[in-house]
Design a protein around this ligand. Structure first.
Ligand code: NAP
Length: 312
């Protein structure tokens, strides 16, 4: 009999049988509540809240191996108090997510979605010198709110586009600055000077609602706002109002406060590119995320240290 573990059923086809050796797996789908029982480990998706109540109902649990780099769906403090390890899946999704942030930047800057809609509608009347004029990126400024793994990867991709890079983070990143010419600035300067503002900080109390009516007023009316981090960082209604009133150039979002629900006013607002949380959605990356989550679980069940703990 193997170790009794819970694994998100949606990961099944991304995993090989040898990765599951020694495990007695109960597969749980995202719409099922977290079961109670003597399970010793779990691999949840980011849509599953794992809080004090869930942990209380899993008294033998040793590890929550979250299948995401963000871990705002897990009560890390409650886990730590119960001696439960929490792990995430950093690094393997950095390039895929940075690529998607750039897909949103380019789609917003060059009005790709509006162009597609026009062609498909049959209303396109031919080349016109002022049709769907967009934002020239060369010489413009990209601002990164958070310059960790993904923020820096987005910044490195900005250099070949000829963009100036500003960033906000609590700790300076001298190597990143040397490599890209990026400059660390206060939030007020980041807001005022960014032509493209891209969010890459985690959802923590200090970052929740960082983009709100007040900070939006400090941004250029032509600015493009990109969020591939977490929906908690943005007040969705305030963003919708800024778009409606022409006080924001465009918005490209991959994440939302209450997924899969989106504030109706934001869904209806002009100049948006709205994606369904697909930042890390390449087959290679999703396989690696599942593999790391299960490798963390196997390590802890063997009595070895976890590979990628959230806190050491
Ligand atoms: P990371 O390497 O931990 O970087 C996070 C950055 O945020 C760091 O620069 C950190 O720098 C900064 N930060 C942390 N707390 C902050 C605060 N209170 N105020 C301002 N900055 C703060 O994480 P990552 O791997 O780049 O991932 C970034 C986020 O992207 C994750 O939290 C995740 O939720 C999200 N994500 C989304 C997708 C998707 O599918 N759309 C995919 C992957 C990741 P300092 O500590 O120096 O401040």
């Amino acid at each position: 009999m193997g170790h009794a573990v819970l694994i998100a059923a949606e990961l099944k086809s991304l995993l090989e049988p040898d990765q599951l050796e020694g495990l007695d797996v109960t597969w749980i789908t995202a719409d099922e509540p977290t079961p109670r029982g003597d399970y010793v480990a779990m691999v949840p998706l980011l849509s599953r809240w794992v809080g004090g109540t869930e942990l209380k109902h899993l008294p033998r649990l040793k590890i929550v191996a979250n299948c995401a780099v963000g871990h705002d769906n897990v009560d890390v403090v409650a886990s730590e108090l119960r001696g439960i390890t929490v792990t995430n899946t950093p690094d393997v999704l950095t390039d895929a997510t940075a690529d998607l942030a750039w897909a949103l930047i380019l789609a917003c800057a060059r009005r790709v979605v509006e162009g597609t809609a026009l062609v498909k509608s049959g209303q396109w009347t031919g080349w016109h010198p002022e049709l769907l004029l967009g934002l020239e990126l060369r010489g413009r400024t990209v601002g990164l709110f958070g310059a960790g793994r993904i923020g820096q990867a987005v910044g490195r991709r900005a250099a070949p586009f000829g963009m100036r890079i500003l960033y906000t983070a609590r700790n300076p990143r001298p190597e990143f600055e040397q490599e890209t010419g990026a400059a660390r600035v206060e939030l007020s300067r980041l807001l005022a000077e960014s032509d493209v503002l891209s969010l890459h900080a985690p959802a923590v109390p200090e970052t929740r609602g960082i983009i709100n009516a007040d900070t939006l007023r400090q941004m250029k009316p032509s600015a493009i706002l990109i969020n591939t981090a977490r929906g908690d960082l943005i007040r969705e209604e305030a963003v919708a109002i800024a778009l409606e009133e022409g006080r924001l150039g465009a918005v490209g979002l991959d994440v939302y406060l209450d997924e899969p629900a989106i504030h109706p006013r934001l869904r209806a607002a002009p100049r948006t590119v709205l994606l369904p949380h697909i930042g890390s959605a390449t087959l290679e990356t999703r396989r690696q995320m599942a593999a790391i989550a299960v490798a963390n679980l196997q390590a802890v069940l063997r009595g070895d240290p976890p590979l990628t703990p959230v806190f050491r």
